[in-house]
Design a protein around this ligand. Structure first.
Ligand code: SAH
Length: 348
């Protein structure tokens, strides 16, 4: 039976306060409930112990608290944890906890599936089924934070929007989730510890700049040559590199913040001298860093990790041009929790 009660977490703090006033109560009561819902991340009205029994019952009669449920948790040999997260309507997304020496990072999903069609990505095979709500993204962070404390004894330090989906195709909910994560009434995390990773939607990158966001931006570049990029990331035909570059220049002018380019080197696809030259040139546009990530095969023979020699050539060329470059090794491979592998084996 479909539940006709309203999801209380869809209400803003102001709407909650107004609701209580409309019930002849004080607006302060709305703030108390908001605190339970977001700061304390409570999923049960009965636990809201500073409300009277009658008030709790009134809330039960009027609202539900839709929330995610960790359906399955897997722990990797290297400490990585992957959660298969069940949404209230039965869909599943994944989120990952990646502990390293210096930080503990949550990698969260922003959509069920993805509307983009990157040829090397497991999530792309699912197509986009729906956007996640802000609270469904927020809940993934809360669940991972709890696990991090439980298994590793430390809270989360960083969040990356690099799970399933394209965050800039779910702009409003993603920004709302970051608002909840960063606000003192939510988790109170610094936006400087959050990175949004996008395949590069120029219009939305400009909007981020206009909205003066304070978090970091990463762009999955993978090639700085249009023909190559369109082959592996077909939406590039619609949003070519010139537009992407223009939006990044706009971003830098407005925010003063550099960007990180994520880049995978593949055999026979982008391991030629001209591919390297094109990347170095693209990097001249604004201050940036290049993060070369290891390819995680997705049971698809078309893509193969480039040779160490090819990766070294990239690193040398970038460093020779004083561009910071880092190499990232995959974590959690044994539980399919590595970048781009999410949703490989799950049913949504
Ligand atoms: N849509 C966003 C965020 C999700 S993908 C984006 O494109 O940035 C997160 C990162 O994983 C991206 O950098 C993406 O290029 C990378 N990725 C996708 N498939 C991968 C794979 N098979 N191996 C390694 N990285 C992959």
């Amino acid at each position: 039976m479909k539940n006709s009660k309203q999801d209380i977490r869809a209400l803003s703090k102001k709407e909650l306060q107004e609701f209580f006033v409309s019930q002849g109560d004080k607006s302060f009561r709305g703030s108390q409930v908001y605190d339970w819902l977001w700061n304390k991340a409570t999923y049960n009205f009965e636990e809201m112990t500073n409300l009277s029994k009658e008030t709790r019952q009134m809330l039960i009669d009027n609202f539900v608290i839709n929330h995610i449920e960790v359906d399955q948790m897997q722990r990797s040999k290297d400490g990585t944890i992957k959660n298969a997260v069940k949404l209230h309507d039965g869909f599943t997304v994944e989120s990952v906890l990646i502990p390293t020496m210096s930080r503990t990072t949550a990698c969260v999903s922003s959509q069920v599936g993805c509307s983009l069609d990157c040829k090397f990505c497991a999530t792309a095979k699912l197509k986009r089924l729906r956007n996640l709500n802000a609270d469904e993204i927020f809940d993934q962070v809360v669940a991972i934070d709890k696990e991090s404390k439980l298994y590793n004894g430390i809270p989360l330090s960083n969040i990356v929007y690099m799970g399933m989906g394209e965050p800039l195709m779910n702009y409003n909910n993603v920004l709302k989730s970051i608002e909840k994560i960063t606000s003192p009434e939510g988790l109170g995390m610094s936006p400087r510890r959050i990175t949004l990773s996008t395949s590069g939607v120029p219009k939305m990158i400009k909007k981020l700049a206009d909205d003066e966001v304070k978090f970091h931006l990463a762009v999955s570049l993978h090639s700085a040559i249009d023909e190559v990029r369109t082959q592996i990331m077909p939406f590039n035909a619609k949003f070519p590199l010139a537009d992407l570059k223009a939006s990044l220049i706009y971003w830098y002018e407005k925010t003063g913040k550099s960007v990180t380019y994520e880049y995978i080197v593949w055999k026979g696809i982008n391991d030629r001298e001209e591919d390297i030259r094109a990347l170095v040139e693209f990097c001249q546009a604004i201050p940036c860093k290049v993060n070369i990530i290891e390819y995680n095969p997705i049971d698809d023979g078309d893509f193969q990790q480039g040779s160490d020699a090819a990766v070294a050539k990239y690193v040398n060329a970038l460093e020779a041009n004083r561009i910071t470059v880092t190499l990232r090794h995959s974590r959690g491979k044994d539980i399919d929790a590595a970048c781009g592998q999410l949703a490989n084996k799950i049913k949504v």
